[in-house]
Design a binder for this molecule. Structure first.
Ligand SMILES: NC(=O)c1ccc[n+]([C@@H]2O[C@H](COP(=O)([O-])OP(=O)(O)OC[C@H]3O[C@@H](n4cnc5c(N)ncnc54)[C@H](OP(=O)(O)O)[C@@H]3O)[C@@H](O)[C@H]2O)c1
Length: 281
């Protein structure tokens, strides 16, 4: 299949006010795509839009809480009003929760799944009728490497990311007769505001998870952004940014006992560091 020319193919991106979403918006604009940026923090969206416009790209900003179904429709409608159509959508907005599962309440679980799972469905549903009508399009969902390997103390988050992965894979087959590609994106640890926000939301104090994540498991948001644009040009069902993690997690699927042993060591060190940080605060 020849590479898709992305010039003038509009994309809407949720969670575009920071991290992976902002970096992807900038990279898509570089590839010639008009971009609609959605998130709740409008000033931050405006900063990203200004950067895109300064580079000669086109960008629109929509204040959007992805949990509210109508906000997702407004995001997609803005692409159609301003750029004439919607070619792609990146359901990227997401939050973390770092907490022992035994202490996680139903309301915390529901709140997490509202953003990380149901909102993904809202975003996709808002775009699909237009893509089906055009018989072309590309839906990308920002899942995680944790879709394939549940990280202890992040079990609820891992479950939400696995759920996103499953709907993405199923949709790819369901929508292929309409000429629509669906790809799930599986970043490893990425240096963004994510961990700070997750720590705040979870009510945990002390050291941040990235400080206790091996360097080979961490990357810049620009790595994910470039991988997403590569996938837009040459669609594939899954986007992984680390060969090692992808295959390591695949193997762990049929060696769960060994996988649990390996991860428990890393988690023990992290928990000990957190306890010691709390004791000294
Ligand atoms: N960082 C990592 O290590 C990592 C690894 C794997 C996967 N991921 C996934 O990557 C995606 C992006 O995260 P990130 O790392 O770039 O973190 P980030 O910098 O914290 O970005 C999260 C984005 O989601 C938006 N968001 C959160 N709740 C929202 C809501 N209710 N409505 C609209 N937007 C909302 C935030 O915007 P506002 O606050 O302005 O609304 C922000 O733009 C997430 O789905 C995350 O699960 C991250």
């Amino acid at each position: 299949m020849p590479k898709i020319n992305l010039q003038n193919k509009p994309i809407a991106i949720t969670g575009a006010s920071s991290g992976i979403g902002a970096a992807t918006a900038i990279e898509c604009a570089r590839a010639g795509m008009p971009v609609v940026l959605g998130a709740r923090r409008v000033e931050k969206l405006n900063d990203v839009a200004e950067r895109i416009r300064a580079g000669g790209g086109r960008a629109e900003v929509v204040e959007c809480d992805v949990v509210i179904e109508e906000d997702n429709a407004a995001l997609i409608n803005r692409a159609i009003e301003s750029f004439g159509s919607i070619y792609a959508v990146f359901a990227n907005a997401g939050v973390g929760l770092e907490k022992p599962l035994a202490d996680t309440t139903d309301s915390e679980l529901r709140e997490l799944f509202e953003v990380d799972f149901f909102a993904t469905m809202h975003t996709i549903r808002a775009a699909l009728p237009h893509m089906i009508e055009a018989q072309s399009g590309h839906v990308l969902v920002c899942s995680s490497c944790l879709a394939r390997f549940p990280l202890p103390y992040n079990g609820a988050y891992s479950a939400a990311k696995a759920a996103q992965h499953h709907i993405g894979r199923a949709l790819n087959v369901e929508l292929s007769p309409h000429g629509i590609f669906v790809s799930t994106v599986h970043p490893i640890g990425t240096k963004t505001e994510f961990f700070e926000t997750a720590t705040r939301r979870s009510g945990v104090e002390g050291v941040a998870m990235p400080e206790h994540t091996p360097e080979w498991c961490m990357q810049d948001a620009s790595v994910v952004a470039r991988a997403v644009v590569k996938c837009l040009r040459k669609p594939r069902p899954e986007v992984w940014t680390s060969f090692f993690v992808r295959y390591g997690m695949g193997i762990s699927g049929f060696m769960p006992r060994i996988a649990d042993r390996a991860v428990s060591r890393m988690v023990r060190e992290y928990q000990a560091a957190k306890r010691s940080a709390n004791d000294h605060s």
